[in-house]
Design a protein around this ligand. Structure first.
Ligand code: HSE
Length: 400
């Protein structure tokens, strides 16, 4: 693309779409113009002129004068249809739809290759933090060994306010929804699915490994109680929902789980809707990126940065992914993922019966009272998969 004004076709005018609109209007350097906005709801009042909007996606997808299609809708399946049609039409796409990306990553990678188009998605993980491009480019030659990230603003906001204001989980979840951080289905936030999708994206750009959401364990904070916060506080710890990825030789451990973090941990002071990602490389050692992980303008600014990157023909090079695909290790479909290990966890339970489904190797500590019961034990990661997205279970599990 040249210096000419960029024509954008936008899908979605919710929290992030409006954020992009505002950020774009304040941009001094980028000459870009939103031509048409595709939306679904006929009755919603909107803050800009009705002439901008269409209710038919073809009105945007069939135009041949657009430089980029920006997809910011809520529905992941419809988003995939829009994004793949645009790419097959040879148009570059910017999206922030982590669920759509994580569920369809292999296919979306192939579409980029086949159509020689760019698909950029910095806003999909870490909100305003420029983590994806950094992992892809800056750490390109570095032997990255791990990442650990607070990747969900809603959960971090809930955990911070529970601890700092001694408030209940349900009361604060409502505030997070009102602030525009939470997904329209907040189960995706609190049960760790949103963190899972973002973790899958960071795994691609850290290590070159494409994993499917069903292969990776995600446990959330949906069962947390104030007793868990008190347990952590008494030990000088904080609870953080982390998406983590560790590389050891050609094997990878990737999972999402609440963790106790110590005061000396860089992620301890990342609070409210802020996100933080710590990466560790062989030579750079540990580095931490911190920024607003959710919200209209922070995410809108990441989307704008992608649009701007397209003006100098930027595409993810996927060097680590290509290296893994073309390397000697012929394992496919994420078989390099190791879920067969044990780890130490705190488990709060009501009835001991509930623990039977887990493979508990060793109980180090057990506490029972009229109010709360917990154990600190070593369990196998694979046995925790029965808790993934399980609405029946009331166990709260936190890595020690
Ligand atoms: N619901 C997400 C969060 C929005 O709370 O982090 C940003 O991806």
């Amino acid at each position: 693309m040249s210096e000419k004004e960029i024509s954008i076709g936008l899908f979605g005018f919710g929290c992030v779409g409006q954020g992009l609109y505002d950020v774009l209007n304040h941009s001094q350097s980028l000459k870009a113009n939103i031509t048409t906005i595709g939306v679904k709801d006929h009755s919603k009042p909107r803050k800009i002129d009705a002439s901008f909007f269409t209710f038919k996606k073809e009105d945007i997808l069939k135009r041949d004068d657009l430089d980029v299609i920006v997809e910011l809708i809520d529905d992941a399946e419809e988003a995939f249809r829009i994004v793949s049609t645009a790419m097959n039409n040879g148009v570059n796409v910017v999206t922030a739809n982590k669920k759509m990306l994580a569920e369809n990553f292999q296919k979306l990678y192939e579409l980029q290759e086949q159509n020689n188009v760019a698909l950029l998605y910095e806003g999909s993980a870490g909100g305003s933090i420029p983590i994806i491009r950094n992992l892809e480019e800056y750490y390109d030659n570095e032997l990255l060994s791990s990442f650990r990230g607070i990747l969900n603003g809603t959960c971090n906001y809930i955990l911070s306010r529970m601890e700092l204001e001694s408030k209940d989980y349900s009361e604060i979840l409502k505030d997070a929804q009102a602030s525009g951080f939470a997904e329209s289905n907040p189960w995706l936030d609190v049960a760790g699915f949103d963190t899972l999708y973002k973790t899958i994206l960071l795994t691609v750009h850290s290590f070159g490994l494409i994993l499917k959401p069903e292969q990776v364990l995600n446990l959330g904070i949906q069962n947390i109680t104030f007793d868990d916060i008190v347990y952590a506080r008494e030990k000088g710890l904080r609870i953080k929902l982390l998406g983590t990825g560790y590389k050891s030789g050609n094997e990878f451990r990737v999972y999402v789980m609440p963790h106790f973090v110590e005061k000396t941990d860089e992620l301890y002071n990342v609070i409210y809707e802020y996100n933080g990602v710590e990466v560790e490389g062989a030579f750079s050692c540990k580095q931490t990126f911190v920024g607003k992980g959710a919200g209209s303008h922070p995410t809108g600014s990441a989307v704008l940065s992608d649009i701007s990157a397209l003006t100098y023909n930027y595409k993810y090079a996927y060097k680590k992914l290509r290296k893994l695909l073309n390397g000697k290790d012929k394992r496919v479909n994420g078989e390099q993922l190791d879920n067969n290990f044990s780890l130490k966890v705190y488990i709060r339970f009501r009835e001991k019966e509930e623990l039977k489904q887990l493979e508990i190797l060793n109980i180090e500590e057990e506490y029972r009272s009229a109010r709360t019961n917990y154990i600190v034990a070593t369990v196998t990661l694979k046995s925790l998969f029965c808790l993934k997205g399980n609405k029946e279970s009331k166990l709260f599990v936190c890595a020690v």
